[in-house]
Design a protein around this ligand. Structure first.
Ligand code: MN
Length: 427
């Protein structure tokens, strides 16, 4: 079935601002609360949020097999469970409906008023109930940079790194959408030169610039997914900020990996950009040397050309972009990550989320964390208000954005924007 929603020539009867992340070629999926306090599944074109629950009630999805309340839910999990064919039918239908040549909804004022809201008046929610969250470590530049700070110079990469998409199991309970502030975590750290640890606010709160993919029901327990099928189980992607407390991380991470240094918060952008929408932006990944074991070998383009940036906005001041990177740098592809994840029979369900790992480029201005940008806090970054940052200060807002562009079409992710608050104080 063709992805007619990707037609680059198509224009919408909804006005789309120049350089919007959400032209009619995007058609992402999300969950929002309308100003009438109704929660619904929806999409977005330009600055208009579109209530898909209302569209379904008004019969605009006629002919597509969907349960009656499919879009009147507070998560996308059931829709995602319906599989790739349904996602494509629905996205194609939305593209048709909002095509400038289609009068059906365009010329029905009463329906338009029920279905379309300015994004100013909605509140985005988490798009899925995330059952399980895994965070990979799949960017070689990041792994080497972290190796330079934490490991010995002879062995910057751990011996397994070129053979396994390394990951840890994260915590889904602290995943939040853009806009929800985060408290600076308390935790146990070992001060430099000391022999006994202390407990207190983390002094080294950092972001990690990542993307994440969201899966449909992948397998039954015990079953593995071959590499050439893995992409069929990936619904779409978001931008992810893997908040990290470096001083807590350094003290706790051996021998089992990150724990409380990471699970106090993980922020994501609220619109899921489908893999169908990202299809025109495929890119070849870096050459893998040594060749991975056969179960992880793949040919063709399995990376995606997604531009990423991070800005820091101090309280009452303007934002400064501190890094610009691109997802095409990832060493391990999403299909390799998912195949590896199920290779032992681990079950992966609809709504599970897999983080990419920090996306760093090859140069100092393209690194995906403050740890790397400031060489572990040694070389501070200057912001446009003249202040300096080694890590993130209380009151700072970290803003991550992502977009793809080619053949005159630009689609984007919107943003994930999160303010860091002082430590929580119990009243
Ligand atoms: Mn991470």
């Amino acid at each position: 079935m063709p992805i007619s929603a990707n037609n680059t020539k198509r224009k919408s009867w909804i006005e789309v601002p120049v350089d919007s992340d959400f032209p009619i070629q995007n058609i992402p999926f999300g969950v929002f609360i309308t100003k009438d306090d109704v929660i619904t599944i929806g999409t977005r074109i330009g600055d208009c949020a579109i209530d898909m629950g209302a569209l379904q009630q008004l019969n605009y999805f006629e002919g597509i097999e969907l349960t009656d309340d499919m879009f009147m839910q507070d998560t996308l999990n059931d829709f995602i469970s319906d599989g790739k064919k349904t996602w494509r039918l629905v996205r194609n239908r939305l593209a048709e409906l909002f095509d400038e040549t289609n009068p059906k909804l365009r010329d029905n004022k009463e329906h338009r008023e029920i279905v379309i809201f300015n994004v100013k008046y909605i509140e985005m929610q988490l798009p899925v109930l995330i059952g399980d969250y895994t965070d990979f470590f799949s960017n070689k530049e990041h792994a080497v940079n972290v190796g330079k700070i934490y490991r010995d110079p002879e062995h910057l990469l751990s011996p397994n790194w070129l053979h396994i998409p390394v990951a840890y199991h994260g915590r889904s309970s602290s995943i939040i959408p853009s806009g929800i502030p985060v408290h600076r975590p308390m935790g146990q750290t070992l001060p430099n030169g000391e022999k006994t640890p202390v407990f207190g606010p983390s002094r080294l709160v950092d972001f990690e610039l990542e993307t994440a993919f969201i899966t449909t029901d992948v397998n039954v327990m015990g079953e593995n997914i071959p590499i050439n099928e893995a992409e069929d189980y990936i619904f779409g992607m978001v931008i992810l900020n893997d908040w990290s407390a470096r001083d807590i991380q350094k003290w706790e991470y051996e021998p089992l990996g990150p724990f409380l240094s990471k699970n106090f918060a993980t922020s994501i952008s609220p619109w899921i950009i489908t893999m169908d929408a990202l299809e025109p932006f495929r890119a070849k990944g870096p050459k893998q040397d040594p060749a991975p074991l056969p179960y992880l070998q793949q040919k063709g383009k399995h990376n995606f050309d997604i531009n990423l940036e991070v800005a820091i906005q101090p309280e009452n001041s303007e934002a400064t972009i501190v890094t610009i990177s691109n997802v095409k740098h990832m060493y391990w592809s999403m299909s390799q990550q998912l195949t590896h994840h199920t290779s032992n029979g681990c079950r992966v369900n609809s709504g599970d989320m897999m983080g990419s790992g920090t996306v760093s480029g090859t140069t100092q201005d393209s690194f995906g964390s403050m740890l790397e940008l400031t060489l572990g806090g040694k070389t501070p970054i200057k912001l446009s208000d003249g202040s300096e940052r080694k890590f993130i200060n209380d009151g700072d807002t970290v803003i991550m954005k992502g977009f793809c562009k080619n053949n005159g079409v630009r689609i984007g992710f919107g943003e994930v924007s999160t303010k860091l608050l002082p430590p929580f104080v119990r009243k």
